[in-house]
Design a binder for this molecule. Structure first.
Ligand SMILES: [Zn+2]
Length: 269
């Protein structure tokens, strides 16, 4: 790790550096870190914003979508002029404007069983900012198997949830399988209050920065459930499930090739 912060970095990150809990060592650790954000939508927007602002040195962005007008109600890193452009391009430009210190790797692809191991390889932390159950389960399984911490977030109407997986228990301990198709409302019809993914994505960025700084207590073993209607935040304990197909006593999934990644879509971004 290099502590050789230059004058501009000392200025840019001064509000971190003056904190005892961060200091120049913590800032250097952030600059030496790499985080992959899967999804540059509603959750990915604030996550990318704050990770880039915080000086996370290498940020990967995986997304195969183009910006649509209906995204702009919540996906705040994209602008009106970006409609029709790949989200990874728009996200890259946003980060370059905010903080040229950051190396950005973009993957204009849908995360799949075929590419997930290669995509996450070498990243210190992965952020699940996706909008569907198959990707959520795939990232859980791949990150558990590769021993890479994963920040989970999801939103639905006025509600959101977040947890941080740093080993057992995992997302499948809570939800062994994706809900059957039709059990949750369709992506386009469910709707989401635009600011809710902003809150949850910012919580995900907070969790990632804490992990990279090795400060505080992450949301591992706890699911934060947020309801914007009454500003309620509850913490649901997640217990390791001995029957879990990934982290249980006799795991059925020993590589992502063993998993089933289909099922219902939900509005997660
Ligand atoms: Zn598990």
């Amino acid at each position: 790790m290099s502590l050789n912060l230059d004058a501009e970095q000392l200025d840019r990150y001064s509000r971190h550096i003056i904190m005892d809990d961060v200091g120049p060592e913590g800032q250097a650790a952030l600059l030496d870190s790499s985080v992959l954000v899967v999804g540059a939508g509603g959750l990915g927007s604030p996550a990318l914003q704050y990770l880039a602002a915080a000086g996370v040195g290498t940020i990967g962005i995986a997304d195969d979508d183009e910006v649509e007008l209906s995204n702009l109600q919540r996906q705040v890193i994209h602008g009106n002029d970006d409609v029709g452009r790949p989200k990874v391009d728009s996200a890259r430009e946003f980060i370059a404007r905010l903080n040229p210190d950051i190396a950005v790797e973009t993957y204009e692809t849908r995360v799949s069983q075929a590419n997930v191991d290669e995509l996450i390889d070498g990243y210190d932390v992965v952020v699940d900012a996706s909008d569907n159950f198959p990707t959520r389960f795939l990232l859980n399984d791949a990150c558990m198997l590769a021993d890479i911490p994963l920040s989970h977030g999801a939103v639905y109407r006025f509600e959101g949830q977040a947890t941080t997986l740093t080993g057992s228990p995992c997302y499948r301990c809570l939800f062994p399988e994706a809900p059957p198709e039709g059990a949750v409302p369709d992506c386009a019809t469910a709707g989401v209050l635009g600011v809710v993914p902003g809150t949850i994505g910012a919580i995900q960025a907070t969790e990632v920065v804490k992990l990279l700084l090795e400060e505080g207590e992450p949301l591992d073993g706890r699911l934060l459930a947020y309801d914007a209607r009454d500003m309620a935040m509850e913490f649901v304990p997640i217990a390791p499930n001995p029957e879990c197909p990934v982290c249980g006593d006799e795991p059925a999934i020993e590589s992502v090739a063993d998993g089933e990644y289909s099922g219902a879509c939900t509005l997660g971004d």
